[in-house]
Design a protein around this ligand. Structure first.
Ligand code: AHM
Ligand code: MG
Length: 339
């Protein structure tokens, strides 16, 4: 059982011994994400006041120009992560190229790379629906002292040392793993403190929720169509229900608590899938596995995929273990019938 009223800061310190590398560094890194998340949360919460405070592109009353929230979030995370002498490179869904970061005395001694989707699902902001930040952390593989290279970012997801998401929902939460289970912390906005509200989170082994954009149904691969039909017709008593927010962290978060499966397959419009392997799928897959769930592209484990480019997209199936196994079975059956 967690300590009553334990804060994220206390949890980080208490558990830093579990981390196999220099524990202080990872703690400082998670701490800087916690800080940036508060700043972004503050801004996201004001989004509904856009008519009063001014829209993106306007100049506000202090003469500052208003930014789009995803640009704001990107800058907030990059700025916070840059000033800690821990991170040697950042890749962001919002940036075409990775950013090299120098350490103390302008050297290249920092050890970690961070990949981040600063504000995922941002089209939901206009309608007051939850959005999220997703982050993924690796040890660099090139030698310390040299500038970071693309190779440091293109590591398979199984090499992640930590990953997490922040959900700006009815409450703001940070959910993360360092490879020792998944823990969730809820922000008390009155005092700006995250409390350990969701210890040792687990995907139920089975579930009844399937989350997929069925508007794309006709463009789905046969295996996904078959799986959806299975969910709709199973034993004639429709045990399944469909829930789709269209905001990855929210859909995953709900399914992790209630039991369910999230599917974003390849479609005619997005032949490789829509979601990004490095910024979205790998961190969510790491969390899912740490919570006892699974993540797959239908044929292989997401965390085993060798990335070839920064903004690579993959089909994504993630959720309760038995549901993902069943979906994979349909994918593989459909594939074998092709030949
Ligand atoms: P984004 O990175 O452009 O915000 O897109 C990612 C989002 C996910 O959060 C969500 O699950 C998915 O796109 C929804 O896509 P669609 O509207 O095609 O169903
Ligand atoms: Mg995104």
């Amino acid at each position: 059982m967690p300590q009553k009223n334990q804060t994220l800061g206390e949890f980080i310190i208490e558990n830093q011994g579990e981390f196999k590398y220099s524990s202080g560094e990872l703690s400082r890194l998670i701490n800087s994400i916690r800080l940036a998340a508060k700043v972004v949360n503050h801004e996201v919460n004001k989004a509904g006041l856009v008519d009063i405070l001014g829209a993106a592109g306007d100049t506000n009353i202090q003469g500052e120009s208003q930014q789009k929230l995803d640009v704001y979030a990107n800058e907030a995370f990059i700025k916070t992560l840059t000033n800690r002498e821990i991170v040697c490179g950042i890749a962001s869904e919002e940036e075409d190229h990775y950013i090299t970061i120098k350490g103390r005395n302008q050297n290249h001694d920092n050890k970690y790379v961070v990949l981040i989707d600063p504000l995922d699902g941002s089209s939901n902001i206009d309608v007051n629906v939850s959005v999220g930040t997703i982050f993924s952390i690796y040890r660099r593989i090139t030698p310390s002292g040299t500038p970071v290279t693309l190779e440091d970012f293109l590591q398979p997801g199984s090499k992640q040392v930590a990953a997490g998401y922040i959900i700006y929902g009815t409450s703001t939460m940070i959910v993360y793993t360092t490879g020792h289970g998944v823990n969730g912390f809820t922000l008390n906005p009155a005092i700006g403190t995250y409390y350990h509200s969701h210890p040792n989170m687990k995907f139920p082994e089975d579930g009844t929720i399937y989350s997929v954009n069925e508007g794309n149904y006709v463009h789905f691969p046969q295996g996904v169509k078959d799986y959806i039909k299975f969910c709709q017709e199973e034993e004639g008593n429709r045990p399944y229900t469909s829930r789709y927010i269209g905001s990855l962290v929210s859909d995953i978060h709900r399914n992790m608590i209630k039991g369910g499966i999230y599917i974003y397959p390849n479609t005619a419009k997005n032949p490789e899938g829509k979601l990004r392997l490095l910024y979205e799928c790998n961190p969510v897959a790491f969390i899912a596995e740490q919570a006892g769930g699974l993540a797959s592209d239908g044929f292989q484990r997401i965390l085993d995929i060798e990335p070839t480019e920064l903004h690579q997209r993959v089909p994504f199936i993630c959720g309760s273990r038995n549901m993902v196994l069943k979906a994979e079975e349909f994918m593989q059956n459909a594939e074998s019938q092709k030949t």
